[in-house]
Structure formats: C-alpha cells, structure tokens
Design a protein around this ligand. Structure first.
Ligand code: ZN
Length: 447
C-alpha cells in the first residue's frame, strides 16, 4: 500500500527524535507565553521552558486531565485569540461539561494530512468512494475523517449515521468502496445485509476504517466476513485533535502507527503516573507537538495501550500503539476482578450463531457483586426446544466465566431487545452506583 507521506512516515528514528525535541521546546515556549493557565501550572513547580533540554525532560512537565479542559470551558486553554480560530468542535458532554477544542488554519491543514495518512495506511486511495457513517456535528469523527478522505482525493459521501438500510441503499447506488464509522455500526450494517438477503457481490466495498470505541479481533473478523472487506483500526481523541493520531497499516494490522511528528506519546502507570518502559501496558498520555489553537501537554487519555518502536514490514518507522481494548474508566472491579466489556464481546463471537449484542448489568445483592449478561439470540431458539435453550444458556455461561474469570448469570433475550445506541454502543450498566449508568468507549474513545 502506498505511504501518504514517505518523507515523514519513514524517517530515521534519530531525525524524528530531533524534530520532536525542536517541536516540544517550541510548544512549551508557546504555552508559557500564551496560556496563563499553563504558566501558572509551571510556576507552581518552579518549571521554566528552558528546563526542557531532551525528550526525557517531558516527564518534568505536569499532566493535563479532562477536568482541566472542563474547568477552562470553553476557551481558557486556547493559545490564540478566537479571530485566529477557524473551527470549533467539542466532546459529547454526556458525562459532564463538554470539552471544547479549536483549530487554526494550520491545525486544519495538519489534521487533513494526518487523517490522509491513516486512511492511506488502511488501504484507501484517490480512486475510492468513501462513505462516512459517523454523525456530522460537534464531535470530531465525521469532519476529521471527511477532510482527510478529500485530501487523498477520494470521492466522499457524507451519509452520517442513521438507519442501516439507508447506508446499504447508498452503498449499492453510489458504488461505495470504503466504509468509515464505528465498528458496532459496521456490524449492524453487516447484519442488515444478511437480513435483507443482499448479496455481497452486489456491493463494491473493499475497505473499512473503524474507530471511536474499543473492538477486538473477533469483531474485526466478523465485520470483514459480513461486509467482505479488509477492516483497520484507527485512534484519535478530540482533546488532542480527533481522528488522525494513529492508524493500522492494512498489510500487517499489528498495532497503530502513531503520527509521532505531531504527537509525542507516553504510556504511564494509571495509578502512580510513572512512565512505563516500551512494551508495558498502561494509560496513553499525549503531548501535541504542532497544535496552534489548543496545544496540550501530557494529556491523560484514559485509554489503555502499550507502545512499540520495532520496525514494521510496511516500511513506516513511526512507532505503533497496541489497539485500545479498554479505558481506565470502563474497567469495572467486580468482586475484586477486573471486568472489561470488550472481553464479553470477544467471548460471545466465538459461539456459533450468537451476535455480539449484549448488555452487562452489574449489581450488588446481599452485599455481594452480581453480574448478569444479557445476550440476544435468534427468536427460533427462544421459542424452540426448552432443553436446547437451557443448554445454550449454560454453555454461554461457562464460556463467559472462563473468559472473564468470575461468576456470571446469562439471560437470553430476543433479538433487538438491547438498545442500539449511536454513535457508540452502551455495553455496561453498573447499578451499584447511585446514578446507575456506565459506558463503553467513553466520550473520548478512539476516533
Ligand atoms: Zn506498518
């Protein structure tokens, strides 16, 4: 697959680190001069920009957390006056005050370039017809991917989200070759294809680039077989830009190449904040190296991953991050055991005839944590032989208990009982909390 920007995506690690250091020093100087909030933070710890002499000195700098962006709502952390901002986006704000992000003309130019790299790595070229099934709005996904797709010269169809039937009709009529959206929505479209009896050969689809929520290898396989495509993962969060932070190369699918000339990534221990060595899993922390409107230092993403700078067969020298399977805030501790919703999904997909539509309900009864997993099954199973039904239920229970390492109850429910939320699927309800809600993916999930 062609590399969008060979000069930057295959540069030597030495040259890359030199570029990163120059950009880091420049951005630290800029926020010191232009963002009083950051200057106060630096002064509290006796830090001045001149203290940053090497990339290792990054760890002298304070973290930025989502709460900081919220407390500065909407524009306090901007480094330029609004007259220089040409675009404003925001996070969904479903779990509190939204975080607002701004872009200058240069920021938009970089954004287009970085998404173009990700889409090219995913297999797309100017000859593709790309259907964007993210909702167009304040969130960064749709617009970010849209502009990057235009940058590579593809024909872009801004369908937005909506009924899967409509996506399919447009795919057929417009001869779409590439689908961009969330993995759960891609699954819904794939299932609808089956339900409607649409032959895959009537479609022209070849590629899919998906993100915004955690998804595993079993989900990837299911999407690839339902839609007859090669599916790649990509990652981004609105606080640092949106989609375009990193993406898988289509030929290898062994981690997401990070656009390291624009983002300096670290992985830290989520508890202690200590920087972890390469290969060790922890929380991803991102420093923007080129953002003008909203430069961010050491942003705690809440996403769990690990880094690798090992060479990749595709020729890119950019380091890779492991696929984000969970976030620090969607790991529930149940009876002392960590429960990640994506693990449930992976286990279910290994059972023939079971679609990964499920809901995990965690509760506390008689002082003990309980886990009920509702799983959709075909109605024929529910109305058929009772013994067969019980056997299915029992085998699912055993499989899930084996995968999760804790006791669960399985409740089989009819198809379409569990709400299909968009753009991101809700997979978990924690009734132990007063507010009784939880989420998978979070509002800053992979872009
Ligand atoms: Zn690669």
């Amino acid at each position: 697959m062609p590399i969008w920007n060979p000069e930057l995506e295959t540069m030597s690690r030495g040259d890359l680190e030199q570029l990163q250091l120059e950009r880091l020093q420049a951005i630290v100087n800029r926020i010191w001069e232009s963002v009083p909030w950051y200057r106060r933070r630096f002064e509290e710890t006796g830090l001045i920009p001149e203290h940053v002499r090497s990339l290792d000195d990054l760890r002298l700098l304070p973290f930025t957390v989502k709460e900081d962006l919220r407390s500065g709502y909407p524009y306090d952390l901007f480094a330029v006056p609004l007259r220089e901002v040409v675009r404003i986006h925001a996070s969904s704000g479903t779990t509190g005050t939204p975080t607002v992000v701004g872009y200058t003309r240069n920021d938009l130019r970089h954004w287009r370039e970085l998404v173009a790299r990700v889409l090219s790595a995913g297999g797309m070229t100017k000859d593709d017809v790309i259907q964007i099934s993210f909702s167009y709005g304040l969130l960064t996904d749709a617009f970010g991917l849209h502009q990057g797709a235009e940058e590579i010269g593809a024909s872009v169809i801004p369908v937005s989200a909506g009924a899967p039937e409509r996506q399919i009709a447009i795919m057929q009529d417009y001869r779409t070759t590439a689908l961009v959206g969330t993995p759960s929505y891609a699954l819904q479209i794939g299932e609808m294809l089956q339900e409607l009896g649409v032959a895959r050969s009537s479609l022209h689809l070849r590629w899919g680039v998906f993100g915004s929520e955690p998804w595993g290898e079993a989900v990837r396989e299911r999407i690839e077989s339902l839609l007859g495509i090669s599916a790649t993962d990509n990652y981004g969060i609105s606080e640092v830009m949106g989609p375009g932070v990193s993406g898988e190369c289509e030929g290898n699918k062994q981690g997401l190449h990070i656009n390291e000339d624009h983002f300096l990534c670290e992985v830290v221990d989520p508890e202690s904040g200590e920087v972890l060595p390469e290969g060790q899993a922890g929380e991803l922390v991102i420093t923007t190296l080129t953002k003008e409107a909203l430069p961010i230092i050491r942003y705690r993403t809440g996403d769990l991953t690990s880094l690798s700078a090992r060479p990749c067969a595709c020729g890119r020298t950019l380091a890779r991050m492991a696929r984000v399977f969970s976030r620090t805030d969607d790991v529930l501790i149940v009876g002392g055991v960590k429960l990640v919703p994506a693990q449930v999904e992976e286990a279910l997909l290994q059972v023939e005839g079971i679609e990964p539509h499920y809901l995990v309900v965690v509760d506390r009864k008689g002082g003990a944590d309980t886990v009920e997993i509702q799983v959709e099954v075909p109605s024929a199973l529910l109305t058929g032989d009772m013994r067969h039904l019980l056997r299915t239920q029992e085998s699912l229970r055993q499989r899930l208990e084996g995968a999760l390492g804790l006791a669960v109850e399985v409740k089989l429910v009819e198809q379409r009982t569990i709400a299909r939320s968009q753009p991101r699927a809700q997979r978990m309800i924690d009734r132990r909390k007063r507010e009784g809600s939880g989420s998978s993916g979070g509002e800053s999930g992979p872009g």
